[in-house]
Ligand binder design. Structure first.
Ligand code: NAD
Length: 252
């Protein structure tokens, strides 16, 4: 059996690649020989560190500043990538934010910012990239959802709504793009040790771990492995799925 992933030489675009799950994905893709471009929004220094680390290890990587909530900026950045590289083979919609609070305490901005980034941002980037994939009759789109998308979570109504939307978006896009030989899948992480989950882990460490069958938090690499699998040729016959990477997370 050939265990080559088929990813070497392909072009990947990852949103939010300067830290956390995005960074782990960028590094894994580059290690497998992909030409990786990632978007970052604020952390220019962190982004440069990722680029330097990947290049030092012999990989190909470029960072671009682009806020995924800005449709025009996203279109420009994607056009720039396609002009220079000719194609985008794999898109990972990874960038996301949380603004946790009980419903009555949520400010308008907490609701809007989460839906704007986690949902509208994914629309912006997918629309910009999909048209190039359609013209090539080939592509992989992998969206980062969350366990919150179907299991809920106290103080996470805005985030849960955004990730539930991503699960639904994934299935609709899988239907729409299947005839163009593009697969669309989701990875739904549980609680992963990144900056995003730091506050919730500090607040409720024991309670959260009691709900995880494996009794530990996940690592960014655990999620990156699942993203890599869905991008690889081993997932050729998988589309419209939500792959949970959560150590067996349960409600009670
Ligand atoms: P993180 O906060 O460590 O990293 C998110 C990255 O997205 C950051 O680099 C940030 O700058 C970038 N980003 C945010 N808004 C952006 C915007 N408008 N434009 C461009 N970039 C933007 O988060 P993470 O833990 O690595 O999470 C990655 C993804 O996985 C997110 O979609 C998140 O919702 C999801 N997820 C994370 C967990 C977890 O426990 N960490 C659990 C479930 C799902």
């Amino acid at each position: 059996m050939d265990i080559d992933s088929g990813l070497a030489g392909k072009v990947a675009l990852v949103s939010g690649g300067s830290r956390g799950i995005g960074r782990a994905t960028v590094e894994l893709f580059a290690r497998d020989g992909m030409d990786v471009v990632f978007f970052y929004r604020d952390h220019a220094q962190a982004a440069q560190q990722v680029v330097d680390a990947v290049r030092a290890a012999g990989g190909r990587c470029e960072a671009m500043r682009a806020d995924i909530t800005d449709a025009a900026a996203v279109n420009d950045a994607v056009e720039h990538i396609v002009e220079r590289r000719g194609r985008i083979d794999v898109l990972v919609n990874n960038a996301g934010i949380v603004r946790d609070n009980l419903l009555g305490m949520l400010e308008d901005e907490d609701i809007r910012a989460v839906l704007d980034t986690n949902v509208v941002g994914v629309f912006n980037l997918t629309r910009a990239v999909a048209r190039h994939m359609i013209s090539k009759r080939s592509g992989r789109i992998i969206n980062l959802s969350s366990v919150a998308g179907d299991k809920g979570g106290r103080g996470q109504s805005n985030y849960a709504a955004s990730k539930g939307a991503i699960n639904a978006f994934t299935k609709a896009m899988a239907v729409e793009l299947a005839s163009r030989k593009i697969t669309v899948n989701c990875v739904a992480p549980g609680v992963i040790e990144t900056e995003m989950s730091q506050q919730v882990r500090e607040l409720a460490d024991d309670q959260i771990k009691a709900r995880i069958l494996l009794r530990r938090y996940g690592q960014a690499q655990d999620v990156a492995h699942a993203v890599w699998f869905l991008a690889s040729r081993f997932a050729d016959y998988i589309t419209g799925q939500v792959l949970h990477v959560d150590g067996g997370f349960k409600m009670e």
